[in-house]
Design a protein around this ligand. Sequence first.
Ligand SMILES: Cc1cc2nc3c(=O)[nH]c(=O)nc-3n(C[C@H](O)[C@H](O)[C@H](O)COP(=O)(O)OP(=O)(O)OC[C@H]3O[C@@H](n4cnc5c(N)ncnc54)[C@H](O)[C@@H]3O)c2cc1C
Length: 464
Amino acid sequence: MVELAEPVDVLVAGGGNAGLCAALSAQEAGARVLVLESAPRSHRGGNSRHTRNLRCMHAAPTEVMTEAYTEEEYLDDLLRVTGGTTNEALARLTIRGSAACTGWMQARGVRFQPALSGTLHLGRTNAFFLGGGKALLNAYYRAAEARGIAVLYDAEVEDVALGDHRFHAATVRHQGREHEVRAGALVAAAGGFEANLHWLREAWGAPAENFLIRGTPYNQGRLLRALLAQGVRQTGDARQCHAVAIDARAPKFDGGIVTRVDCVSLGIVVNRDGRRFYDEGEDFWPKRYAIWGRLVAEQPGQIAYAIIDRKAIGRFMPTVFAPLQAGSVGALAALLGLDPDVLEETVGAFNAAARPGCFDHTRLDDCRTEGLEPRKSHWARPLDTAPFYGYPLRPGITFTYLGVAVDERARVLMADDRPASNLFAAGEIMAGNVLGQGYLGGIGMTIGTVFGRIAGEEAAHACA
Ligand SMILES: Cc1cc2nc3c(=O)[nH]c(=O)nc-3n(C[C@H](O)[C@H](O)[C@H](O)COP(=O)(O)OP(=O)(O)OC[C@H]3O[C@@H](n4cnc5c(N)ncnc54)[C@H](O)[C@@H]3O)c2cc1C
């Protein structure tokens, strides 16, 4: 039984990857630690429980990654996807820190798969958790329990009292009552605000009503808002986030990775007017999937439809929801609620523009359209072989980037740019320091692990 009135050294708000890394590090540095997690035990672990891998620099092949991935290459990759909107000092710190992640994690019970081969091309750069993020979180919670770290579920940090660049106390709602919890230091690891539909609407307007949230409904951004309201410096922009196109039939929250639809580059995508709006074959799918959430968000009604024919079947990751299927394009349009005449016209124009080529989905092949706007640059084969299939798509928000500014000791910066002495942040709540825009697969968990470890250790020292 956790007693909220009992004094603790380090309070950790949020029980996902970043929070658990912080809690374990703080305890190992000698602190008494309490983790406050707003979800019930069954839903602990936030977005982290949906993850599969993290991106790590390494100088030579390891047990879990092939070849080498240097600091400079990692940084180049990050600069490319963010268009340079990153704090380079913190980015380098994250990248250098990533080299020690897998060893540290294994020492705390996390297990990895052998290096992957296959179409994701991630076996060199990313280490995959055996059993996924859920198994990783279970390992961390087991380690926390064994070390005497207290965890309170159904405990939401609603507010914080800050003053003189110090954290003083947190207001926590638990079992319908508010409690004031004092501690020597606070680690804010409560995720982004992606599950807060009002905040999304503030940022995006009415289109936000049609967004689906791929992860936990508990990342409400309540602590983030409280910190910003108390004069913590903001980093990032409320509209920047990671968003992919997912099956429109997915649940509003927590659908996870299985709701992704990966057949876009094998067919065409139309909006609710039955018209194409973007080059579906611009580049390899793993390099393009993360732009499609935003592309669909910009379409009328925030809905789109991926259309393929029989030739595509077996060439993409199986989907959790079966596609709608029909013997003709017109019949498929009717099933999808599209105007059959318009969809037939769109498919007809696409088929007529598709140049004969040598189809090869493993390379940027020469199957492209000519004289069509927008063009399809690769893998453009006529949609001519029944049955035809369609998937409805919606924007699926993975996580938001607006957060609190931190320094290289994970200390939260106040509006005057001076760090708070006993207030730290890790994970999504500060990821925007490194990710101003764009995304590099696996870096979310790297940021959380590296900054979680730093924040935990620093928090323990701050209250020693
Ligand atoms: C479907 C999906 C797949 C993903 N796959 C990957 C991947 O393979 N690799 C990768 O690097 N990234 C991936 N990500 C992104 C990754 O999940 C995040 O970057 C990472 O989990 C962030 O960790 P975190 O600890 O900051 O947040 P979370 O894991 O979300 O943890 C935050 C926790 O804080 C709790 N909380 C929120 N507010 C409060 C409050 N006020 N008081 C107390 N507790 C609170 C929440 O309940 C939650 O448990 C994926 C995300 C999704 C949704």
